[in-house]
Design a protein around this ligand. Structure first.
Ligand code: SF4
Ligand code: SF4
Ligand code: SF4
Length: 184
């Protein structure tokens, strides 16, 4: 059931539902800790889908969790970007490309409009724009499936990077121990 609920969520991982991502929200619904009307990106359509799946009445969206907005996409004012990479670290779907001290840019078709990159930008050079027409053609299901794939790929990449970091630290420790032993 958690998986089925998660499939219906927008996968922006924006946290507006008060849980740290879509799957934790799905888990909370199943555990009876959250209601079906807490996801602003999913909006009324999302509430209907959840109500149908769970066999419960449709509810009005709970505005305590935010407001429903038209689909949007992040845009970086490139001439103002200082290349601090903070937005890359914040994007849950790896929709921003760039390198330290170089200009960054958003891959618009991959951006879910979650707005998580706005606050970390120290120079406020990221703005939200209405979703271009070519992106609007994608269905809600296609968009959430793409976002889910990209989010899961990012989680795997981060896990791999953490494991590699731990392995490097271990090798360094072992090398130091060998040097210390050779000195004795
Ligand atoms: S998209 Fe909806 S369910 Fe997912 S984190 Fe945002 S508010 Fe929560
Ligand atoms: S670019 Fe910004 S708004 Fe778009 S998905 Fe990434 S964090 Fe969210
Ligand atoms: S957070 Fe802002 S300044 Fe830093 S790399 Fe991203 S867009 Fe550029």
């Amino acid at each position: 059931m958690i998986d089925q609920i998660n499939q219906l969520l927008p996968q922006t991982q924006c946290g507006q539902c008060s849980f740290p991502g879509c799957r934790p929200y799905a888990e909370a619904i199943v555990a009876g800790l959250a209601d079906i009307n807490q996801c602003p990106p999913g909006g009324d359509e999302g509430i209907r889908d959840l109500a149908n799946l769970l066999g419960v009445p449709v509810k009005a969206f709970n505005t305590q969790f935010g407001i429903q907005k038209p689909p949007s996409v992040a845009f970086i004012i490139e001439q103002d970007c200082i290349g601090c990479v903070k937005c890359i670290a914040a994007c849950p779907v790896d929709a921003i490309v760039g390198a330290a001290k170089f200009m960054h840019t958003v891959i618009a078709p991959e951006c879910t409009g979650c707005e998580l990159c706005l606050a970390p930008c120290p120079v406020d050079c990221i703005v939200m724009k209405p979703l271009p027409d070519n992106n609007a053609e994608q269905s809600r299901t296609q968009k959430s499936a793409l976002a889910k794939r990209r989010y899961e790929a990012r989680c795997l990449r981060k896990e791999r990077e953490e494991a590699e970091k731990a392995e490097r630290a271990k090798s360094k420790r072992q090398a130091l121990l060998k040097i210390q032993a050779a000195k004795k």
